[in-house]
Design a protein around this ligand. Structure first.
Ligand SMILES: Cc1cc2nc3c(=O)[nH]c(=O)nc-3n(C[C@H](O)[C@H](O)[C@H](O)COP(=O)(O)O)c2cc1C
Length: 254
């Protein structure tokens, strides 16, 4: 990434996100450039105590998130879902290209079509394409080709990754960078926001997901990335009895 110095905008090393910015030498141009391109950061410096309390509170909330596969058909406040999608859009992305589209599906007919197509792919996956090892790894979750949650959940968010910008006026489409990483982070923000607001979710990846782009009429530059049912859990919802690695298992410090 570019390095900001008192002398303007410099560059160090390679610049994986795109063209190198021009090195600026004229101080007048420099000042205008900086004035146009930068604005003061909004940042609240908190006390250590407050930071500890906030980190603890988020941890306690996030550790209760579970993937839910049994949903209630109760309606949900869609304005809250839209706000959570807005939170996802605040995610960082390669060169700020924001290479994502969120399709919110509540129409029962479209949900039924998605369910039908997903179950067709999943049947093929479970009966033919999945390896023995993969099926063994999925065993604790009790998953199979049947996906009733795709119609029971009141909303589905289908996340699309934009491989490039739109290519609608005959020009070369704009390049997008680190698309998979960027969309993954946005989905992480989305799942966090939805859980924090009080929704149950599932990160669902029917394999392959190509049917979603054609069913939802998405342009050629978009590929389906994740299908997220959103709602409340069924009253008798149960989840697999699994555990997470401990911090000691995954944290290495030097
Ligand atoms: C990238 C990704 C793809 C997943 N795909 C599916 C899926 O297609 N179907 C499903 O039932 N669960 C799917 N899951 C959910 C995982 O099985 C689940 O996150 C994992 O078992 C841990 O459980 P937890 O989410 O309750 O903590 C997926 C999760 C991730 C991160």
């Amino acid at each position: 990434m570019g390095r900001i110095s008192a002398r303007g905008i410099g560059i160090s090393g390679s610049h994986p996100e795109g063209n190198r910015p021009e090195r600026l030498t004229n101080p007048h141009v420099q000042q205008k450039h900086v004035a146009m391109k930068f604005r003061p950061l909004t940042f609240s410096r908190r006390s250590d105590e407050e930071m500890r309390a906030r980190a603890e509170s988020l941890y306690e909330d996030l550790r209760t998130r579970r993937s839910v596969r049994e949903f209630s058909a109760d309606p949900i406040p869609l304005d809250v879902v839209r706000r959570c999608i807005a939170s996802a859009c605040s995610a960082p992305s390669g060169a700020n290209k924001q290479p994502w589209t969120f399709v919110l599906v509540t129409d029962p007919e479209i949900k039924a079509k998605i369910k039908e197509a997903a179950e067709k792919e999943e049947r093929d996956f479970y009966e033919r394409r999945a390896s023995e090892e993969w099926l063994r790894d999925l065993d604790p979750f009790g998953t199979g080709p049947s996906k009733p949650f795709l119609t029971t959940a009141p909303a589905l968010i289908v996340v699309f990754a934009q491989r490039t910008g739109p290519a609608d006026d005959g020009d070369e489409p704009a390049r997008h960078y680190y698309v998979t990483e960027s969309v993954g982070i946005a989905v992480g923000f989305l799942l966090t926001a939805l859980h924090h607001a009080g929704f149950a979710t599932l990160t669902h990846t029917p394999s392959p997901m190509r049917f979603l782009a054609s069913l939802l009429g998405r342009p050629k530059n978009e590929r389906a990335y994740m299908l997220i049912p959103v709602g409340f859990p069924a009253s008798d919802c149960a989840v697999p009895n699994i555990s997470k690695k401990t911090l000691e298992d995954v944290l290495v410090e030097y």
